[in-house]
Design a protein around this ligand. Structure first.
Ligand SMILES: Cc1cc2nc3c(=O)[nH]c(=O)nc-3n(C[C@H](O)[C@H](O)[C@H](O)COP(=O)(O)O)c2cc1C
Ligand code: SF4
Length: 719
């Protein structure tokens, strides 16, 4: 049956009927527990199925052998225990109407020699992978024999696990390494001519096809042009694919490029600041050349582009993987005619970088992703409507307003600035990072949908807040750049906010001192250098911006190279003075040798995070029923905050004393002094206005966008 929207047209591959054309392609968010797809993994995929996806693919790079140890939290398909877990997951996904497949692989050298069982990694030739740094051994005949068997056993487990099919990974792992002349330098029967290079993948495909039986779909995700002069070229790739099709492959997922380094991976999975759908036309050209259905994913972030891909015959199935990490209800919203309400994937690639930085994938601006077991993507209505004042319309305040509005509360968001967005406004100024503004724009638009009263240009004071007679006040006032760390000259320096807002003179010589390690320091250096300044980037770290991961650092490193930014590591800025003949002197001290040096420059720009703008909060603390205290146990369990609530006289000022720790309300979890911020351990006595008070985001401490949004979501889901 055809629908009016080509994206929603069903599609059949062999006997497998997909309810629409949208796929969540294979990706490993590192949600496996002990190598198995347990509750968290299941909940993550079931949520997408509820959200309408046609086909969800689990197990990005699920590993088939012990000498292919998990490199990024991968599922372990070489273990029999995985079968019942897969079965639970596939049953649950099927119940929601979606199909489910698993990507299956031997990682080859794309892992570490120093993890799992510490077995040597194998590859066609002993070539090191830059990204994971393994020096592999050249695979011997017995290695190839046992690896084929491992593929077969893994495929059988997938069948027993109830999957609708499997996808072989063939870009950057073992199979394609044999195919590519760049990585296969062998002169035996497995190397040399194309026929020899494709012999090992063909052997695997035939064996896997036989193990699967005729029904389940066998897909291959394959680089159809490695985009490197010594690599696999399109014509050879097409020849190989035709052979693979004869061997039993049913579906092609098109990749262009390679992934052996941060730089090349960042091209295959492009971030913000790159063109939309960069390889879609290429995938369309491949589709015209092959006889099996074709799918493809790479920054097809909006429904219009995805629709074009299907309507104009470029693809049969369209991958929207990060877009569904940002909004698992993407398809449901499209189907409901609410495309404008889809939370946009802004291409921050925090999801990928978070795997290495904090152990698992997190969407920059959807804190529920991967946390489905505790945080709901669909905001439930509140049992009682309350009046809530949110102060500040940065990411934390906007998220709070959005969630509270969806819960049906009467919400006012007060923002001192004429525009919402807080620090995100500044961060999204450079062209390359403009898409970040989606974090703000989408929330502002959601506030309108839920009837939240956003008042801009209102500097909130205690009286402003009290005039609203709130039941709950949430302070999300953010912070201001921290200059306090300097021993001298704090008044002489500029900060990264000044750079981003265009208040720093262009040109001249500048020291950019970064003691934060995240994006603001490198953003400022890139911006200044791009506008003609001679920039020296100084940091006490042992690398530049350690909090900027492998997916985002390539763009900064390219810019640093392009604009000749000098880098000085392991060095602190101690102080800044005026030079008698003009300009400034930056005094630097090497962290290890202690040696001091000086730089005479025109300007010094510092980045040391922010200090909370918390005056209003502290003024409100003695007036609130909970003295700003947060019950961490309740917060983490997404349960209502009860500290002091029974003292709240429902909107009327009342002379109630609350002694935190001494008179915690009956039934409320104890307000342990150790768990509370120091300023609320003992409460000043005085009248309260009957409201609960909370603060979130950088108004508490300098942190990133995800932390601010997470603060807001888990608190407000229980208000
Ligand atoms: C967290 C994360 C992990 C990924 N892991 C894999 C993987 O293991 N195997 C794979 O083929 N692709 C992997 N990918 C790539 C995605 O399948 C997809 O190709 C990529 O995100 C580009 O598509 P998109 O722009 O629709 O997100 C991963 C992507 C993300 C975001
Ligand atoms: S972190 Fe960024 S790239 Fe990843 S899903 Fe979220 S918005 Fe998209």
């Amino acid at each position: 049956m055809r629908t009016l929207d080509p994206l929603l047209d069903p599609f059949t591959i062999k006997g497998l009927r997909l309810r629409n054309r949208v796929v969540s392609t294979s990706h490993e968010p590192a949600y496996a527990e002990g190598g198995l797809p347990r509750e968290r993994y299941l909940a993550y995929h079931v949520e997408k199925a509820r959200g309408g996806v046609g086909l969800t693919m689990i197990g990005g790079s699920a590993v088939i052998a012990r000498d292919s140890p998990p490199a990024f939290g991968n599922l372990e398909l070489h273990r029999d225990e995985i079968v019942p877990w897969m079965r639970r997951l596939t049953d649950a996904v099927h119940e929601e109407g979606a199909a489910v497949m698993c990507q299956v692989t031997h990682l080859g050298r794309r892992t570490s020699n120093y993890t799992g069982d510490w077995l040597p990694t194998v590859f066609p030739s002993p070539l090191r992978e830059p990204a994971h740094r393994a020096f592999p051994k050249a695979a011997e005949a017995w290695d190839l024999d046992r690896i084929v068997e491992d593929y077969v056993s893994a495929a059988q487990r997938c069948v027993e696990g109830g999957l609708d099919g499997i996808e072989l990974q063939s870009y950057g792992h073992l199979l394609d390494a044999f195919l590519s002349p760049a990585t296969n330098h062998r002169d035996d029967e497995w190397g040399g001519s194309l026929e020899h290079r494709m012999a090992f993948p063909r052997r695997v495909i035939r064996a896997v096809r036989a193990a699967l039986g005729p029904e389940p779909v066998l897909a291959i995700r394959m680089s159809m042009d490695e985009d490197r002069p010594d690599g696999l070229q399109r014509e050879e790739a097409l020849t190989a694919l035709r052979a693979f099709t004869q061997d039993g492959v049913d579906l092609l997922s098109v990749i262009k490029g390679t992934i052996e380094s941060d730089a090349t991976l960042a091209r295959v999975i492009p971030s913000m600041g790159t063109p939309s759908a960069p390889f879609l036309d290429f995938a369309g050209e491949i589709r015209r050349e092959v006889d099996i259905p074709v799918m493809h994913a790479s920054r097809i972030s909006d429904a219009a582009t995805a629709r074009h891909a299907i309507r104009d015959g470029l693809l049969d199935l369209v991958g929207m993987t990060r877009p569904q990490m940002a909004d698992p209800y993407l398809v449901a919203k499209i189907a409901a005619g609410e495309e404008d309400r889809v939370r946009p994937c802004v291409g921050a690639n925090y999801c990928l970088d978070a795997i290495y930085a904090s152990g698992d994938a997190k969407c920059l601006h959807n804190a529920a992703t991967g946390r489905e077991l505790t945080l709901s993507h669909v905001v439930p209505p509140a049992p009682v409507r309350r009046k809530v004042v949110v102060v500040g319309a940065g990411p934390a305040g906007l998220e709070a307003g959005k969630v509270l509005g969806e819960r049906g509360h009467d919400v006012v968001v007060l923002e001192a600035d004429d525009l919402p967005g807080g620090q995100v406004k500044l961060a999204s100024r450079p062209g390359r990072r403009r898409d970040l503004v989606g974090v703000v724009d989408w929330r502002v638009s959601e506030l309108k949908h839920t009837g939240v009263d956003l008042r801009l240009g209102v500097f909130a004071e205690v009286e402003t807040v009290l005039a609203e007679e709130p039941d709950v006040v949430i302070v999300a006032t953010g912070g201001m750049p921290n200059h306090d760390f300097l021993l001298e000259g704090a008044g002489l320096v500029r900060d990264t906010w000044d750079v981003m807002s265009g208040e720093v003179r262009e040109g001249g010589s500048v020291v950019v001192y970064d003691d934060n390690g995240a994006e603001p320091g490198v953003d400022a250096a890139e911006l200044l250098a791009g506008r003609g300044a001679r920039v020296e980037f100084v940091t006490p770290e042992r690398m530049i911006a350690p909090l900027v991961g492998g997916m985002n650092s390539p763009a900064y490193l390219r810019a640093f190279d392009e604009h000749d930014v000098a880098v000085t590591l392991a060095t602190r800025l101690v102080g800044v003075t005026r030079h008698p003949e003009g300009g400034l002197v930056a005094r630097l001290r090497h962290d290890y040798s202690g040696a001091e040096t000086e730089r005479r420059v025109d300007q010094v720009v510092v980045e040391h995070g922010t200090l909370p703008l918390d005056d209003l909060y502290h003024q409100l603390v003695p007036l609130s029923v909970n003295a700003g205290a947060v019950d961490h146990d309740a917060l983490l369990a997404v349960q209502p905050q009860l500290i002091g609530v029974e003292h709240a006289p429902a909107r009327e000022p009342a002379p109630v004393l609350v002694e935190v720790g001494a008179t915690a309300p009956p039934g409320a979890p104890p307000a342990s002094p150790a768990a509370l911020p120091p300023e609320v351990v003992s409460l000043p006595s005085g009248p309260t206005s009957g409201f609960q008070l909370f603060r979130i985001g950088d108004a508490v401490a300098s942190r990133n966008i995800h932390a601010a949004i997470y603060d807001a979501l888990r608190l407000c889901l229980a208000i």
